[in-house]
Design a protein around this ligand. Structure first.
Ligand SMILES: Cc1ncc(COP(=O)(O)O)c(C=O)c1O
Length: 466
């Protein structure tokens, strides 16, 4: 090909380096990181003045909004849908009480969660009792109060038969299934569909005079952005359920498709932000209820649909306010901002790149920061890399969408859990107070042989060693 003589000769572009980690703001076209001065309509600076930092804030309106969106998306498609709020996703009583006031049942996986629901006024017959290990006491209480028990394995099946016989009851039960719809499959739980184990369990249940098989349960996994997985799972539940109705003398009165609906949070090392890949409530509802609607007539009677959402209800309703306490330069020249919120109170940092905002954008260069927590552990990293305007000690940040699993999986390590507050249009209220030394040490005992001149004044010395 002949060269066009009119073209200027090729000149390679000139590259100007910036110091590592610094992104210059183009003059006139200022690149800004959006600041967030308020949480749930309340000024962050005032919240911190009143309740300290770090501070975990639940936005009541947003929590109610998430419930209503999900509920109407499903009820539109399948009117007999019941939402069982996954209690382990957030143990704060105020959170579960708000969801209950919207109409949620409780989905529990332990006696503690069961009692929490009962304490908030949720009757036993509006509790879905799941999980791989239920104690004998918990099973008896659930039978007594008419909770929906989803059996997880052969040993539990035998134990429930024994308790039912002892108590002179016929207990309606569901079977938790696991199946090959995603990789890796969640096969720690339930009876395997493809191997015939689930069919065998269904035969045992229907043959036992103490039990009545009334439902099938499935939980595909957690943070499942693709509704297609649910579509496949529900198709399998339908095929299996209608087969059981035909071959065994039972009525599958409910199908429980579990939780796992993703939120806009972004998992580590994913190409696209969570917001870009996550399905809407309507898309999940369509994937699940479409096959149900098409198969409805194959069932003896239309089954009730249970869903057990956790993160999709509570994640976006909560924010963590944190303060920059120090700024350092790391070995690789990246800057580190040490914040007072560590992985002990934000364990979801292990798998999410949480979105966060400065409370005030003071201008200046945008830099790449590593956000490290206050714990004396190298691995206390809240964000490996995030662009933020220049930070100095005292600056406030808002970490968004932290409602799911952060409180229930938090731990007291080096620093204690902070205040948790509920914010709404009429104000802000404390819903869990910051832990104290006394709170942490109260369960401890100092054995008698360790009480001596030095320890006799200890707070623990007067406490009975059992
Ligand atoms: C049985 C069951 N149901 C519901 C949930 C809630 O899951 P998610 O918070 O992902 O919606 C879980 C959590 O793993 C679960 O194990």
């Amino acid at each position: 090909m002949s060269e066009d003589q009119n073209q200027p000769p090729y000149a390679s572009p000139e590259l100007y380096g910036l110091p590592s980690g610094v992104t210059e703001r183009a003059p006139g076209a200022e690149r800004r990181i959006e600041a967030q001065a308020k949480v749930a309509g309340h000024a962050v600076t005032e919240l911190v003045e009143r309740f300290g930092s770090p501070l975990y804030v639940i936005d009541e309106e947003s929590l109610r909004g998430a419930y209503r969106r999900l509920s109407s998306a499903f009820r539109e498609e399948w009117p007999d849908t019941i939402i069982g709020s996954s209690v382990k996703t957030n143990y704060l009583s105020a959170v579960q009480a708000i969801l209950r006031s919207e109409g949620a049942w409780g989905e529990v996986v332990s006696g503690f969660e069961y009692r929490l629901c009962r304490d908030l006024g949720i009757p036993g017959n509006e509790i879905l009792f799941n999980g791989p290990w239920k104690t004998d006491d918990d099973i008896r209480l659930a039978i007594e109060e008419g909770a929906t028990i989803n059996l997880d394995g052969d040993d539990e099946l035998e134990r429930v038969i024994r308790h039912a016989r002892d108590m002179g009851r016929v207990v309606p039960v569901g079977l938790r299934l696991n199946m090959q719809v995603n990789y890796p499959p969640w096969d720690k739980f339930g009876f395997k569909l493809e191997s015939g184990h689930a069919l065998e369990a269904a035969r045992l249940v229907t043959a036992a005079p103490e039990l009545e098989l009334c439902g099938l349960h499935m939980h595909v996994g957690t943070y499942i952005p693709d509704p297609g997985f649910y579509g496949r799972a529900v198709e399998s539940l339908i095929a299996f359920g209608t087969r059981l109705e035909r071959e065994l003398d039972c009525t599958i009165a409910h199908l429980d498709i579990g939780g796992g609906y993703a939120t806009r949070n972004t998992l580590h090392d994913t190409m696209l932000p969570g917001e870009a890949i996550t399905a809407t409530a309507e898309e999940y509802a369509a994937a699940i209820c479409g096959p149900l609607r098409r198969a409805a007539r194959q069932f003896k009677k239309k089954p009730r649909l249970f869903i057990e959402p956790g993160r999709i209800l509570v994640d976006e309703a909560a924010s963590m306010i944190t303060t920059v306490r120090a700024v350092k330069r790391m070995a690789g020249q990246q800057k580190a901002a040490l914040i007072d919120c560590g992985v002990h109170i934000l364990p979801t940092s292990w798998w999410y790149d949480h979105e966060l905002r400065p409370v005030e954008d003071k201008g200046g260069a945008i830099e790449d920061y590593r956000l490290v927590g206050p714990l004396c552990m190298q691995i206390d990293v809240v964000r490996k890399s995030v662009e933020l305007p220049a930070l100095t000690a005292g600056d406030l940040l808002v970490i968004q969408d932290v409602g799911a699993y952060n409180f229930s999986q938090s731990m007291q390590f080096i620093y204690m859990r902070p205040n948790y507050v509920l914010a709404n249009a009429s104000g802000v209220e404390l819903i869990r107070e910051a832990e104290s030394d006394e709170y942490v040490r109260t369960p401890e005992r100092l054995p008698a042989h360790l009480i001596n001149d030095e320890t006799s004044g200890s707070f623990l010395a007067g406490r009975d060693a059992r």
